[in-house]
Unconditional design. Structure first.
Length: 362
């Protein structure tokens, strides 16, 4: 199920990723994940606490902010809250800290989007390319440098629902990955002015990962009780590729194969923050490189490793002046829906070694 991908296009320093298979109830699977990644979760929790301190929020104030989001989550997706509770138990970490890790963007919206000159998060690039017999979906996970190195891979096998294979940042539910139906999903931050109390977008994204097809993915991504939204790029074994843009109150379905962090649909764009130059730059490169890429895993990996761009590269490297809040790539992922196969490298696609994972047949 797990082997290094031997190819000239995949040279780089090998960084071991912890891999865990989980079974059982939501709480049991969360506890297995928490135990496997306990040390990394501890480091990630410490970074999150430092972020709060730098931005003037005391830990007791965090509880006041998160309680309405937790209540909304318990009503809508109780099994995911149970999974986070299990993760906290397994890691020996406070539940509030792990729920914050899974509602980080909601707290970010309160602390930073309310400033006089709010800056949208620069988070992630997705590209889909046609390949013999199907499609390949590529994703770069762009996040804070303070969480760099805290990445693993989970094969999550529930009692009721599809198995999911996903790269994860310690302490969080999966946001991207491939399921046993072959559905493959990337998620990209989309900051907007209509954000509200509701189900945190990362829990919505985890629910999307169970989707069987386009209609199912759209229904899950656009649920009425969401607090905010993402852009999703979805690929399925029949070759269908679709982008879903969502904010808290708007949504659109687009026939595109590349996406970054700004809305392309006019109605969604009216609610979202204006496009940043970084998001425009990465999208322009994705538009240029995606259609020309070789229809192979190696070809798509070269797109994810691209460093050109007027303002921000697809393979973004951190600016040391920004410290642990610098933007960097935590992992790069490529999914092949038709074979239920995923390739992942921790860190940057330009220097990492991709490992191959697959969902076993039941």
């Amino acid at each position: 199920m797990l082997a290094g991908l031997a190819s000239a296009g995949f040279r780089g320093k090998m960084v071991a990723m912890r891999f865990v298979t989980t079974h059982g109830s939501p709480f049991e699977r969360g506890a297995q994940t928490g135990e496997a990644f306990a040390e990394a979760i501890g480091r990630s929790v410490a970074f999150n606490r430092r972020y709060l301190t730098r931005h003037g929020l005391a830990h007791d104030g965090l509880e006041t902010i998160l309680l309405p989001y937790l209540e909304a989550s318990r009503r809508a997706l109780p099994h995911l809250v149970e999974q986070i509770e299990g993760m906290a138990e397994g890691a020996g970490a406070p539940f509030l800290d792990l729920f914050f890790a899974n509602a980080f963007e909601e707290v970010y919206g309160i602390l930073e989007l309310g400033l006089p000159q709010p800056a949208p998060l620069e988070r992630c690039t997705d590209v889909a390319v046609g390949a013999p017999g199907g499609t390949l979906l590529g994703h770069t996970e762009q996040w804070y440098a303070g969480d760099d190195g805290e990445v693993g891979v989970v094969l999550d096998v529930p009692h009721d629902g599809p198995a999911l294979l996903a790269p994860v940042v310690a302490g969080t539910l999966p946001l991207v990955g491939i399921n046993a139906f072959g559905g493959s999903f990337g998620a990209m931050s989309l900051s907007a002015g209509d954000e509200r109390v509701g189900v945190p977008r990362s829990l919505v994204a985890r629910d999307v990962l169970d989707a069987r097809d386009r209609a199912d993915a759209v229904a899950r991504a656009t649920r009425d009780d969401r607090a905010g939204g993402y852009s999703y790029l979805c690929a399925f074994p029949d070759g269908d590729v679709v982008a879903i843009e969502s904010t808290a109150t708007t949504a659109a379905v687009l026939e595109v194969r590349e996406h970054t962090n700004h809305a392309l649909d006019p109605s969604v764009a009216a609610a979202a923050l204006p496009p940043s130059e970084g998001s425009r730059s990465r999208l322009a490169r994705a538009h240029q490189l995606g259609p020309a890429a070789a229809p192979t895993v190696e070809g798509l990996a070269s797109v994810l490793a691209d460093h050109d761009g007027a303002a921000d590269a697809i393979c973004a490297h951190p600016d040391p002046r920004d410290g642990e809040e610098a933007s960097t790539i935590l992992f790069a992922m490529i999914c092949e829906p038709g074979t239920r196969t995923m390739w992942v490298t921790p860190g940057h696609a330009c220097t990492g070694t991709f490992e191959r994972f697959a969902i076993p047949e039941r």
